[in-house]
Design a protein around this ligand. Sequence first.
Ligand code: ATP
Length: 234
Amino acid sequence: MLRVENLNVHYGGIHALRGITLDVEEGKIISLIGANGAGKSTTLRAIMGLEKPSKGKIIYNGKDITGKQTKEIVKSNLVLVPEGRRVFTNLSVIENLILGSYIRNDAKEIQKDLDWVFELFPILKSRQEQKAGTMSGGEQQMLAVGRALMTKPKLLMMDEPSLGLAPLIVKNIIEIIKKINQEGVTILLIEQNAKASLEISDYAYVLETGEVFMEGKGMDLLNNEEVKKAYLGT
Ligand code: ATP
């Protein structure tokens, strides 16, 4: 579904990505793990057209989308929930969700997806009229994911959806990611909790200083001694 080939990104003099190659197979959950600054966010941002690669290719459903505009990429049902709860704080919960669907014109399906989002996140249903900025951190994160779902993604990329949230809510978000995937949405995930993300991942890539340092099935990486020591704290 998605293939990233020899992706390089520079920020001025900083060579942030040094030839990242990865594959996302349709229907799977794939995660990127790695230390701070390894290049995880930059990888997702480059796929989304938010950073310009200096070299390399991004192929989505057989089409070269390297250098394409973000809005074009969203139209092809590839969407990113960026790090840090980017919701429209002055708008209500329902307004934020409806905004997610602005590129669509299938009213019936939009209502169905709204019902689905409310089923996944009941709190959003009961707080529809509340200003997003007054929601708690965890609630805003749910809203950010809900809004992304309203674009009807085929491939949903999430950058640290549980950052800064209480352990119980982290578990909840991980469960919800699984549910979203079971509904047929392919997931490319960055998650600070490497153990939780590897547990639900079909395949994962370990990034180190802008390169793929290791890759493998989620379960295999969970049992890998190097990964355990460096990323799982065991
Ligand atoms: P984290 O887990 O801390 O978010 P990450 O793996 O997502 O880390 P990136 O945010 O992709 O890492 O950063 C990769 C490298 O690029 C880092 O050295 C970072 O300082 C640098 N970098 C990221 N964004 C910019 C920017 N806008 N300008 C300059 N350097 C940047």
